[in-house]
Unconditional design. Structure first.
Ligand SMILES: Cc1ncc(COP(=O)(O)O)c(C=O)c1O
Length: 507
């Protein structure tokens, strides 16, 4: 190896006129800036709360885009009054940001968030630990690992289990499919995908999941080189839960075609209906056909915290892996999600030892490096949010937030069900309600589809009430996702009236 012998002395850099006062560090000047900026930013957030009569301003992209077109980022001035920067952000973003805490927002799986977790975000960003290795995080790694163990205990996993915080359910589901694929190849075909890539048999791999499971399953199958065609959508029963007889039939059918089943994915809380697949039965079918069994509990995982509700996920403990999204039903800010797996040895399908970061020697020394089981390298300390939440509220109080929304969803379903203007598609298992406006007039199906889509769109444009829509077997429905414990049944009276008023505008 050549040793570089440098003879030229480089010019020393000068800090004259710079001083770098904005870099976060322990100096009087920076401390003042830090406190002032924090104070000002918090002031704007409080204004956002106070001035929000509606969940959305109704701004249109073209209108907002015009303001962005006027901004030349290369011409940003130095030392601009921070208040001016915040005013600009207010105009471009805060005034129009969709407010998830607002009791008239019930569109997607966004929850209002808990204050201890927001305070944690200040610590997370200010200290800026990276949770990939012990030498960049120390206690942070142990906080994450203790919460992973806590979640494993909720699932009913034994000591051999492990897990990792991820950026969201999509990434957690990706890790599940990756482990399923790689374990199958290693154990059944003797192929190490990590080294050798996909074997020719991979084009025949098949993954079974309910036809109502999250789209990330298909997307991830494509990312993993298996293609959308590898995902077999299993029919559901009339409550949108995977039919286990159809699952077994589908497995047999694929085997008859010469295809190779490798995994089955149960959903504990589907995105549209909140339906919970029969996990115990799926587990036994997975075991019979020796398939990796993953449970996507991104939505329903919070049931596990509840002494009265946890048993509804019975069977989850048999899963080889589980997705849990704390940023959905644990009231945590984005991002905060978990991927848990029953046998910690499966981390080997993800582990890579880089000499500069997490060398094999470090492993021998017993250093806890989370990167060994993570797809991400640099990794946010999202775990601190859940930690500070649990330490402030306790598990029971946290769970009560979710349990309230479950009861409220039932009440809302009752209200919709008894109103002749609406057609309720299902009874809620969790927080989602799918229904449509159909006052029994002489509109045909196509006209009803257009009407319901128009209702959703015009509500969004007005901004007073934000709901979602979806399609079920070609028919357009409206959808509520009820995750806000600040709501009461009165809010639903108002929302349903708004829907009727907007329907009138479009008939
Ligand atoms: C059942 C389910 N799984 C996975 C995901 C993906 O989660 P994320 O948006 O956190 O990536 C979602 C998102 O809505 C979901 O509903």
């Amino acid at each position: 190896m050549t040793i570089i012998n440098s003879t030229l002395t480089p010019a020393s850099p000068t800090r004259k006129g710079l001083g770098f006062p904005f870099l976060f560090h322990n100096s009087g000047v920076n401390q003042k800036i830090y406190k002032n900026y924090m104070h000002m930013a918090v002031g704007h957030v409080l204004n956002f709360l106070e001035n929000r009569d509606t969940p959305f301003s109704g701004v249109q992209p073209e209108e907002l885009k015009k303001r962005f077109d006027l901004i030349d980022l290369d011409n940003s001035q130095q030392n601009v009054d921070f208040e001016k920067v915040l005013e600009e952000v207010k105009d471009l973003y805060l005034d129009h940001a969709v407010a998830f805490h607002h009791p008239k927002y019930i569109a997607h799986l966004n929850c209002p968030i808990l204050t201890p977790a927001i305070a944690a975000e200040v610590l997370i960003s200010s200290v800026n630990s990276s949770l990939d290795t012990w030498d960049q995080s120390a206690g942070g790694t142990l906080i994450e690992q203790k919460l992973i163990r806590w979640t494993c205990d909720l699932i009913g996993y034994k000591d051999q289990a492990d897990g990792i915080f991820t950026s969201g359910g999509t990434q957690s589901n990706l890790m599940a499919l990756l482990m399923a694929r790689d374990q199958f190849c290693q154990e059944k075909l003797g192929v190490n995908i990590k080294i050798d890539g996909l074997p020719p048999e991979a084009s025949r791999f098949r993954i079974f999941t309910s036809e109502n499971s999250h789209f990330s399953i298909k997307k991830n199958a494509a990312v993993l080189g298996l293609g959308h065609k590898s995902v077999i959508g299993v029919p559901v029963d009339n409550q949108f839960r995977m039919s286990t007889s159809a699952l077994e039939e589908a497995i047999k059918e694929e085997l008859n075609k010469g295809n190779i089943p490798i995994a089955v994915i149960g959903t504990a809380g589907t995105t549209d209906f909140g339906s919970i697949d029969p996990l115990e039965k799926i587990a036994s079918i997975a075991s019979k056909y020796q398939l990796w069994f993953h449970t996507d509990a991104a939505v329903g995982g919070a049931l596990l915290m509840s002494s009265t509700q946890a048993s509804r996920l019975k069977g989850i403990e048999h899963s080889d892996s589980v997705t849990i999204d704390y940023h959905k039903t644990f009231f945590q800010p984005v991002s905060c999600s978990g991927f848990l797996f029953k046998n910690k040895d499966a981390a080997r399908y993800i582990c890579y030892h880089a000499d500069y970061l997490n060398s094999k020697e470090q492993e021998k020394q017993g250093l806890p490096n989370n990167v060994n089981k993570s797809l991400q390298t640099t990794k946010r300390f999202d775990a601190l949010k859940l930690w500070m939440t649990l330490r402030t509220l306790g598990r029971e109080m946290l769970s009560k937030h979710y349990e309230y929304t479950l009861l409220l969803s039932k009440q809302a379903a009752h209200l919709i069900g008894k109103d002749p203007a609406f057609e309720l598609l299902h009874q809620p298992e969790l927080n989602c309600l799918v229904f449509r406006f159909n006052p029994g007039s002489n509109l045909n199906e196509e006209q009803l589809n257009v009407l319901n889509l128009n209702i959703r769109q015009s509500l969004f444009k007005e901004g007073k009430v934000i709901i979602a829509s979806t399609k079920v077997r070609g028919t357009t429905y409206l959808k509520f996702t009820i995750l806000n414990p600040l709501m009461t049944i009165k809010d639903f009276h108002f929302i349903l009236n708004q829907i009727k008023q907007h329907a009138d505008l479009h008939q």
